[in-house]
Design a protein around this ligand. Structure first.
Ligand SMILES: [Zn+2]
Length: 116
């Protein structure tokens, strides 16, 4: 027997014995259970969202390969290792202008990391 069915039985008994205090407590309990069910539903939705986010992040990590000091997705890339390792963000690095070539070959547009 679920909680709602139990409450309904108690409410029915409370009406039978005509005890106002038990009837009021039963009504309060009914509201508390409704609140808990709403919170549980929100938690289930949040849990599903987080599971999907975790699966997406795990898939993203497994697709990446580390090559020549940067991450690649097959031939796509290169991607910033700092952004990926710290924020799980796949940020393409850009070629440095020739005048800044001594700082590195690539630069991350988000975290400004330089890569040779
Ligand atoms: Zn970065």
């Amino acid at each position: 027997m679920d909680a709602i069915s139990l409450i309904e039985r108690i409410a029915s008994l409370a009406k039978t014995i005509n005890n106002i205090e038990v009837i009021e407590l039963t009504n309060e309990l009914r509201l508390e259970i409704a609140t808990i069910k709403g919170t549980l539903a929100d938690t289930v939705i949040e849990n599903q969202r987080l599971k999907a986010q975790l699966q997406k992040a795990a898939t993203s990590v497994s697709e990446m390969t580390f090559r020549d000091g940067l991450y690649w997705k097959g031939d796509d890339g290169p991607f910033c290792t700092a952004c990926h390792d710290t924020k799980k963000a796949s940020i393409r690095v850009t070629l440095m202008p020739f005048v800044f070539a001594q700082m590195g070959k690539y630069s991350c547009p988000v975290c400004s990391a330089h890569y040779c």
